[in-house]
Write a protein that binds this ligand. Structure first.
Ligand SMILES: [Zn+2]
Length: 295
C-alpha cells in the first residue's frame, strides 16, 4: 500500500534539534506525467520539488518560496513554487535540456553540475521585502548544496537527504529529510543524530523498504526523544488564472499585442507550471488593448 504524500515535522523534546521528513512519490509521478518527462527529467524535477518543500515547511503562513535552480547538466534548470500549506508547482526549463552537457556535469560534479541555487522567500503582504538567498551549486548534488544553503543563508547547521528513484518508468522512491541543529544544541546531541544518519545505508534503500516519514524520523532520532509537531498532505496546485495571464500579456507591450492580434486573430498562452491553456480571441485582446490604452 502506498503512503499518502505528506511532510511530517518533529522536534527533540529538548527543543534543540528539529526535522522534517517528506514522502512525495505520487506527487512527483503526477508532475512527471504532466510535463511528459523522461526518467532523468522526473529525477531532477522530483529532487527540486522535495528540496523546495523542505524550505517551505519552515516558512510562515502567507509566505511563498520560489526555488530557482540553474545547473550545468542536462535538465538542470528548475523553477519551483512551494507554500507552507504543502502545495507546490514546478517545471524544468525545456530550453536547457542539452543532453551533451550531461556527461561533463557528471564527470566533474553531481547531476546538477555547477551553477546557482536562488531561493526567494516572499510574503503576500504589501510592502514586505522579499528575502533572497543565493548559493553556488558546488557539488552538483542537490542535498549537499542545500545543506550549504542553510548554513550560509540562514546560519543553521543542517543535514539533508533527498532520494528519487525511477524503476520501469515509474517513481518508486521520492522522499527525503532535513535535520537542523538549533542554537542550544549540544555537541553530544549533534554527534548522536549524525551517527544515526550515517547508519542509514542509502536513503533510496531505506525509503523503498518503508517510505513512512515517521519511520524515517524514528531512525534519525533513535534514542533522542522527539515529538511530532506538524503533518501536511502535499498537493500539486497551480495558482495561474485568466486574469494573471491578461496582466502578463499587458506587460508584453502594446506593439507585441497588436502583432499577435494581426497574425492569428487570437493568442494561446500555456502555463509553464500546469500546462493549462488560456485562449484570448481578437475580441478579448482588443478589449485588453483598449483598457491598457485608457489606463
Ligand atoms: Zn498553471
Amino acid at each position: 500500500m502506498r503512503n499518502g504524500d505528506r511532510w511530517i515535522k518533529c522536534i527533540s523534546t529538548t527543543g534543540n534539534v528539529r526535522a522534517v521528513a517528506i514522502q512525495a512519490r505520487d506527487l512527483v509521478q503526477n508532475l512527471g506525467d504532466l510535463h511528459q518527462l523522461a526518467p532523468d527529467g522526473i529525477q531532477k524535477l522530483g529532487e527540486a520539488i522535495i528540496g523546495a518543500l523542505m524550505v517551505a515547511s519552515y516558512c510562515k503562513p502567507g509566505e511563498r518560496i520560489n526555488f530557482n535552480l540553474r545547473g550545468s547538466g542536462s535538465f538542470s534548470r528548475a523553477f519551483i513554487d512551494a507554500y507552507p500549506d504543502g502545495s507546490v508547482r514546478g517545471y524544468l526549463d525545456p530550453s536547457c535540456c542539452d543532453t551533451s552537457k550531461a556527461s561533463v556535469a557528471s564527470l566533474e560534479t553531481g547531476p546538477w553540475g555547477r551553477g546557482v541555487l536562488a531561493v526567494l522567500r516572499t510574503k503576500d503582504e504589501e510592502g514586505m521585502q522579499p528575502y533572497i538567498g543565493n548559493v553556488p551549486l558546488i557539488t552538483g548534488h542537490l542535498a549537499k548544496d542545500l545543506s550549504f544553503y542553510w548554513l550560509q543563508s540562514e546560519q543553521i547547521p543542517s543535514s539533508v537527504g533527498i532520494a528519487v528513484k525511477i524503476d520501469d518508468n515509474r517513481v518508486n522512491v521520492a522522499g527525503g529529510f532535513l535535520v537542523q541543529a538549533m542554537p542550544g544544541a549540544s555537541a553530544a546531541e549533534i554527534t548522536s543524530i549524525e551517527k544515526n544518519i550515517n547508519q542509514i545505508q542509502t536513503l533510496v534503500e531505506k525509503l523503498s523498504l518503508d517510505s513512512d516519514p515517521v519511520q524515517l524520523l524514528s531512525q534519525i532520532f533513535q534514542h533522542t526523544s522527539f515529538m511530532l509537531i506538524d503533518e501536511k498532505p502535499l498537493i500539486s496546485n497551480c495558482k495561474c488564472s485568466y486574469s494573471r495571464v491578461e496582466r502578463a500579456l499587458v506587460l508584453t507591450g502594446e506593439n507585441e499585442l497588436r502583432s499577435m492580434l494581426h497574425d492569428d486573430g487570437q493568442v494561446v498562452v500555456t502555463c509553464d507550471f500546469c500546462r493549462k491553456e488560456y485562449k484570448l480571441d481578437s475580441l478579448a485582446l482588443g478589449k485588453l488593448l483598449k483598457s491598457n490604452a485608457e489606463s
